[in-house]
Design a protein around this ligand. Structure first.
Ligand code: FMN
Length: 176
């Protein structure tokens, strides 16, 4: 049985969804990650999948606009913000990497995580949630950070569809 890790970043609270600032009790990527995990547990067994959420040591502002400014400054500085905890990725054959698109790519704490681990020979299946950018530059950035992994094309999910994205979940699960 192949083992899958769902590695994801997600920020609850004030966010931009379909033209409005809304308060997300649960971040969109967390919603999608939980759906993928539930499907894999049903189809491939309870022990076939684990999840790890990359959480920054220094929280971003709960204010949406301030958070976008902080994220922009980090991207510009090519920063590598620290995250909380860690996981050994070596036991996993497949890594599903989920993230919101921030300024065309994924949040910088996930850059830190990807750079700190060895993904040689592993299959990486990216998915994003977004408000119009799709996958942006994210798949190219993952390829850059994980040059020895087999990085798949990636699947983009609009934030407002996070709770209703069964066909995308199916495509993600089928690409394992
Ligand atoms: C700092 C920041 C930057 C963002 N930049 C983009 C962007 O460049 N393109 C886009 O389509 N959406 C952008 N968004 C919207 C998020 O990608 C979208 O709301 C996503 O579904 C949030 O996922 P989450 O709730 O799991 O964090 C941005 C949101 C934030 C907070």
């Amino acid at each position: 049985m192949s083992k899958t890790l769902i590695l994801f970043y997600s920020r609850p609270g004030a966010n931009y969804v379909s033209g409005n600032i809304v308060n997300l009790e649960k971040g969109n990527c967390l919603v999608v990650a939980e759906k993928i995990a539930a499907t894999l547990r049903q189809t491939q067994g309870a022990d076939s999948v684990d999840m790890f959420q990359v959480k920054p040591q220094k929280e971003y502002s709960s204010n949406y606009t301030k958070c976008t400014e902080e994220a922009k400054a980090e991207l510009k500085a090519d920063a590598r913000p620290a995250y909380i905890g860690d996981i050994d990725v070596s036991p996993y054959d497949n890594i599903i990497v989920g993230y919101p698109i921030w300024w065309g790519t994924f949040p910088m704490p996930l850059w830190t995580f990807l750079e700190n681990h060895d993904f040689s020979g592993k299959k990486i299946i990216p998915f994003s949630t977004h408000e119009g950018s799709g996958l942006g530059y994210s798949v190219k950035d993952i390829q850059k950070l994980c040059p020895k992994a087999n990085v798949m094309a990636g699947i983009a999910i609009h934030g407002s569809s996070a709770a209703y994205c069964e066909s995308e979940i199916q495509r993600i699960v089928e690409s394992i």
